[in-house]
Design a binder for this molecule. Structure first.
Ligand code: AMP
Ligand code: MG
Length: 488
């Protein structure tokens, strides 16, 4: 690589310099025959990255970690976590690397992070690798979430490594390059707290404040303000998941960020028919992370964050617990407020409706209606646009017997819903499970076209386009029950 090209990517190492205890400098495994499967040119431009460079051999080296820009220090990040309620003191990046931090042309700082780049000292029994299918799934779903306005890690590229990896069947290997405001997790704080080193905990909190919640630095009690900020960010985030019908599937504390970005797309899915018990993970036998449990689990995870932060909240432990509880108690109200105003918007009603009393039964009624009839969640809201314009046929067609719909729609229409608002907020295209499976199977067999077509639909989700009808349609009768697999 020429010196000029090398100079196009400058990666900072703030994380590893601020927090060496959480950083193990490490190298990616060589890739036998790297091939770019998908590159996010719009994101690259936002980050000030040169597309020609990213497509070059050295660019692929950066995207797989095998070519490290001068001055950069890739590290595996240490973190702990509660997995399905049980504490694991040492998880960490078993197959991932933080390459460093990128400063975009607008001055914002982002982590550049790789997944599937080989074993690290945190790998335990894992092979450190990732398959093309799951990495493309994360690319697709994270970019769909971003297009839906939901905070998330972003996907920059997926590179097939040319290696074959061993799962149930042999699979082509891949590395995902992703970008986030930060990869700090609740588990990062659990790890620091477990080390019993208060100075480390303080440096971690200072780092999080500086990178993610700078307003907290101005507060009377910056660490309490940090916790408040994470509680608020997660309340808003989980409300957005619920409103769009997203099931994360593996809300362990190591998969919950301090930034409030959605992270780690494993056994996630968007529900088809409305079902509060919706869950797609093959390993979650008890349904801990089912759709309806997500707000309560988020609150539970935040309690684990609070426990980790206690020494910073007050010198006296009892009082620290009081402070933490006071903040945590606001989660439910913040979540409910975000969900209620979001649901009003989905129904074409003003987010903060002065005629609240009239809207409340309509909001409650829509959930009862959806639950009773199990209709396709995304199609239902999308079709309300036509109903608000006077054509109720598309929405009615979702019900075998539309009597309940008609009764509900009468009270809803009486509130004068705004059809344009409905179209702006309810997507026509989401990564439907049957389409995702079809796209990933084709990509694994070497045909990227179905993936790219689906990506085109879901990254512009509100603008209905001729020719994309099958991307807006519900799952075919013969599809399901749907299961996805974690840790692949
Ligand atoms: P997650 O799937 O994000 O909940 O990952 C849980 C933990 O398992 C993290 O510490 C990962 O780094 C680790 N892990 C998952 N898959 C692998 C793998 N194939 N090799 C090594 N570590 C892995
Ligand atoms: Mg994870």
């Amino acid at each position: 690589m020429s010196a000029a090209l090398q100079g196009t990517v400058f990666l900072n190492d703030h994380f590893s310099r601020d927090l060496p205890e959480l950083s193990i400098p490490w190298k990616a495994e060589p890739t036998p025959d790297p091939r770019l499967l998908v590159l996010n040119s719009r994101l690259a431009a936002d980050l000030g990255l040169d597309l020609e460079f990213l497509r070059s051999d050295n660019g692929l080296g950066l995207l797989t970690g095998t070519a490290v820009p001068e001055g950069a220090t890739p590290v595996a990040q240490g973190y702990a976590g509660h997995q399905f309620g049980s504490y694991s003191p040492r998880l960490g990046d078993g197959r991932a690397l933080l390459m460093g931090e990128l400063r975009g042309p607008d001055g914002t700082v982002h982590d550049l992070h790789l997944k599937g780049s080989g074993r690290t000292p945190f790998a335990r029994g894992g092979d450190g690798l990732a398959a093309v299918g799951p990495m493309l799934r994360e690319y697709l779903v994270s970019e769909a979430m971003h297009a839906l306005g939901i905070p998330t890690t972003r996907s920059l590229a997926v590179v097939a490594t040319g290696a074959t990896i061993h799962r149930d069947t042999p699979q082509p290997g891949a590395v995902l390059a992703r970008v986030a405001a930060s990869h700090l997790r609740v588990g990062s704080f659990q790890y620091a707290r477990a080390m019993g080193d208060e100075d480390l905990l303080r440096r971690l909190a200072d780092h999080a404040i500086a990178r993610l919640h700078p307003d907290a630095a101005e507060a009377e009690h910056p660490y309490r303000a940090l916790f408040d900020a994470v509680v608020s960010a997660q309340a808003r985030l989980v409300a957005q998941w619920m409103l769009v019908g997203f099931v994360h599937g593996v809300m362990n504390t190591d998969n919950m960020t301090i930034s409030g970005e959605t992270i780690d797309y494993g056994p996630c899915a968007f529900m088809d028919g409305f079902d509060p018990a919706a869950l797609y993970s093959s390993i979650d036998a008890e349904g801990r992370y089912a759709y309806r449990n997500q707000p309560v689990i988020a609150e539970w995870n935040l309690a684990r964050l609070a426990e980790s932060l206690l020494p910073l909240l007050h010198d006296d432990e009892d009082q620290a617990v009081e402070v933490a509880m006071g903040s945590l108690r606001t989660f439910r109200d913040q979540y409910s407020a975000a969900w209620s105003s979001g649901m009003r918007e989905k129904l074409g009603l003003a987010a903060t409706d002065p005629a609240d009393d009239a809207a409340t039964p309509v909001v409650d009624g829509v959930i009862a209606l959806l639950q009773q009839h199990g209709v396709d969640y995304t199609s239902f809201f999308r079709r309300l646009g036509a109903a608000a314009r006077g054509d109720s046929a598309p929405a009615r067609a979702l019900f075998t017997d539309p009597t309940d719909y008609d009764a509900w729609a009468n009270t809803w229409l009486a509130l004068g819903p705004d059809a344009d608002r409905i179209d702006r907020i309810n997507p026509a295209y989401i990564p439907r499970n049957h389409l995702v499976e079809e796209a990933l199977a084709a990509a694994t067999a070497g045909d990227m076209d179905p993936f790219l077509q689906l990506l085109y639909a879901v990254t512009d989700p509100y603008r209905e386009r001729p020719g994309l009808e099958r991307y807006a349609a519900g799952a075919p009768e013969d599809f399901g029950p749907y299961r996805t697999f974690c840790g692949t």
